[in-house]
Each structure stands twice: as structure tokens, then as C-alpha cells.
Design a protein around this ligand. Structure first.
Ligand SMILES: Cc1ncc(COP(=O)(O)O)c(C=O)c1O
Length: 378
């Protein structure tokens, strides 16, 4: 089945009982058990709910996976995965991970006696060199946020398999449509469903897919016991948003490529980071493992004055911390998504006060370019 058909037909999309053309919101905390001794259906929404089952079937089908799970946020999904680790274990992570993941590592994992090592994710041998006798997991994101650094998924998972390590990958930026990570050896793929999957900047959600039954069973316990379940209303909105994901992504990716090429020509811009540009570091690796450059790019402006000028004069993109909406979203990672990191760490990873991130929406590209043109010239 091709992707746009799959998005409309490959998981529960109609109500089996009534034929309603959208899965109803089963807005109930608990379910009546007609035979208390033999009950096998739903019991309590924290353990499972039919609307949320449809969401879990959806991510399962988009990832061509055996199992899917839904969470209250991308961070809840990430934490459910990181809770697979126990005191005394060692975790290796790419140094350019999402700020919230960095916070979990520093606020919880280290306090719980889990050792963590950050490596340059683009350097395959750095992953191998970081392995210790107690290493249990590799955790990565490619392209990374916000510098779009590329990790070679196949090479890194090969190292992990040689050492019997789990590999978890946050695939939020590329989505299941742009990068299939499970066939490359990733054990658990994570998404912030808040972003492109829902796509309308009106839901917070997290999703996981895996092919491993034991991992699924354990993550299911984490979902229930940590309590970070996806709410019914949010699940219903996500099911509505995901149907147009193929069309939205197509347009957003074309816009991102055009914006990257446009910005590259501007004298006010020192560098553009976008894996769809042949000049991007890691371009060949990205081409090998992904289907396109994605819809997010970042760029380094010449001075803080230029940053003020851009944010004060840009009219179309909303200025916000998120990404992956139908509208373009402009953000300043320095004081938004990465603000919780110490300044020294931000600078070390290349997140400077002049680095701007743009998530491309589905606007007409001529209008987006005209808006940036007037903002940069004013
Ligand atoms: C790459 C990445 N992963 C995870 C998250 C966290 O997702 P959520 O905000 O849905 O918890 C974000 C949020 O920006 C993100 O950019």
C-alpha cells in the first residue's frame, strides 16, 4: 500500500460498531464488565482505551512494526524508554540530543545511578569507543535538533548489535515517512507526535514502535505504571491530523529545500544547516538512510543584530518553541528549546545566540521567501 492510502486505510479509521467515519472519542475512564470473572476487554483508560488503541495501531502501521504505544508527550515516550535502564547501567547518547532528553539524563538518570556518556554522534568510532562493560543502550537522534547533525544508523546499530546493546532512536524530525529506522536495526523508535504526525500545533503526544515483543511488554508496563498515557481527546485529534500527513510533508519538504537554497545565497547568513543540501556535513549518509531532507532547517546569522531584525520583521512564521505544524515556525533554540542546558554546553554543541531554526509549513513558497526577503532587508 502506498503512503497516502496507508494513512487513510491501514489502521482502524472507522467505527466497527456504527460505521462512523472517524474513530469515536471513547471518553470514559472505566468500562463496565458484564462478567467480572471472565472479562477480557477494556477495563480502565490508563491500561487501554479504544481511541488510543487506534492511535497505537496507526504508529504500528506507519513504522511497519509489530507493536505501537502512545504516550502523553514525546518526553513521556522518551522517559518510558530510558526507564528500561537500571542502576549501574551505562548509557551512550549523541551529544546533540533534544534538550528535554538532556534534562532527563541530568535530573533523573544520573541521580538513579545510571552512568551516561555523550559522544559526537557523527563519529561512528566515538560510539564504539564509549562502550564500557556495563553499557546497555545507545540513544540517538538523526538529524539532530537543532543543528541537523547526521548519525550513520546502519554503522552505529551494527556496533550495538556486536556488543548486544539496545538502540533507541528519536525519529521526530524525519517521521516514519521520511526515514525507516527499524529495518536499519533500531530496536525502539520514538516520535514526538506533537510535531509532524499530528501536524497542527494543537496536540501534545508521544509514540513508540518496536518489533520486539519483550521490549513492548516492558514498555507497556512503563506506560501504565508511569502513567504518561495519551488522553482520549488528544488521541482523536492526532488520528484526524495524521490522515493528511503525506500531503503536508510533501509540501513542507519542498518548502524547506527551497528556503535552504534561498537562505544559502543571503550575505546576512553565515551558514545553513539542512540535510537536503549537498554541502551539509553528513549529506551522503543522510541520503543513504532517509528519503528526503525533511522539513526543518537551521541557520547561523551574521550577528545578534540580524537576529533581532529577523524576529522583529518576519510576518508569516509563528515564533514558537515547537516544529512540525502546518504553519511555518521560527525559533531561537538558544533561549527556547535549549534554554534548560548550561550556556557552556549549548556553545559546545554549536547552539549559539545567532542560530535560528525554521520548521517549514505548507504556505506558498513565494510568500515565505518574500517575507524573509523583506525581514532581512529592513
Ligand atoms: C526531537 C524531539 N524529540 C522529542 C521532543 C519532545 O516532544 P514533546 O514536546 O511532545 O514532549 C521534541 C520537542 O520539541 C523534539 O524536538
Amino acid at each position: 500500500m502506498n503512503i497516502n492510502t496507508k494513512l487513510l486505510h491501514a489502521y482502524p479509521v472507522i467505527c466497527r460498531e456504527t460505521g462512523a467515519s472517524s474513530i469515536p472519542k471513547f471518553q470514559a475512564s472505566t468500562f463496565h464488565q458484564s462478567d467480572v470473572f471472565k472479562h477480557e476487554g477494556y477495563q480502565y483508560t490508563r491500561f487501554g482505551n479504544p481511541t488510543i488503541t487506534a492511535v497505537e495501531e496507526c504508529i504500528k502501521s506507519l513504522e511497519d512494526a509489530s507493536y505501537g504505544l502512545a504516550f502523553s508527550s514525546g518526553v513521556a515516550a522518551i522517559n518510558a524508554v530510558l526507564f528500561l535502564l537500571s542502576s549501574g547501567d551505562h548509557l551512550v547518547l549523541g551529544k546533540n540530543i533534544y534538550g528535554g532528553t538532556y534534562q532527563t539524563v541530568h535530573e533523573f538518570l544520573i541521580r538513579f545511578g545510571i552512568e551516561c556518556t555523550f559522544v559526537d554522534e557523527s563519529n561512528v568510532s566515538a560510539w564504539e569507543a564509549a562502550i564500557q562493560p556495563n553499557t546497555k543502550m545507545f540513544y540517538l537522534e538523526t538529524p539532530s535538533n537543532p543543528l541537523l547533525t547526521i548519525t550513520d544508523l546502519e554503522a552505529v546499530t551494527k556496533i550495538a548489535k556486536t556488543h548486544q546493546l539496545l538502540v533507541a532512536c528519536d525519529n521526530t524530525f524525519m517521521t516514519p515517512l521520511g526515514q525507516e529506522t527499524l529495518p536499519l536495526g533500531i530496536d525502539i523508535v520514538i516520535h514526538s507526535g506533537t510535531k509532524f504526525i499530528n501536524g497542527h500545533s494543537d496536540v501534545i503526544a508521544g509514540l513508540i514502535a518496536t518489533n520486539d515483543e519483550a521490549l513492548y511488554q516492558q514498555l507497556k508496563i512503563h506506560q501504565k505504571a508511569l502513567g504518561g498515557i495519551l488522553a482520549v481527546e488528544e488521541g482523536w485529534l492526532l488520528l484526524r491530523g495524521v490522515k493528511t500527513m503525506g500531503l503536508r510533508m510533501e509540501k513542507s519538504i519542498v518548502n524547506a529545500q527551497a528556503m535552504a537554497e534561498y537562505l544559502q545565497q543571503k550575505p546576512q547568513i553565515k551558514q545553513v544547516y539542512y540535510p537536503g543540501l549537498a554541502t551539509h556535513r553528513g549529506y551522503e549518509t543522510h541520503q543513504k538512510q532517509a528519503k528526503n531532507g525533511g522539513a526543518v532547517l537551521s541557520f547561523e546569522l551574521a550577528s545578534e543584530e540580524h537576529v533581532h531584525q529577523l524576529f522583529e520583521n518576519c510576518q508569516l512564521p509563528i515564533v514558537a518553541v515547537s516544529l512540525g505544524g502546518v504553519e511555518s515556525i521560527l525559533s531561537l533554540p538558544w533561549c527556547m528549546s535549549h534554554a534548560s542546558m548550561p550556556e557552556e554546553e549549548r556553545l559546545k554543541m554549536g547552539v549559539t545566540p545567532t542560530l535560528v531554526r525554521l520548521s517549514c509549513g505548507i504556505e506558498d513558497i513565494e510568500d515565505l521567501i518574500a517575507d524573509f526577503e523583506q525581514a532581512l532587508q529592513s
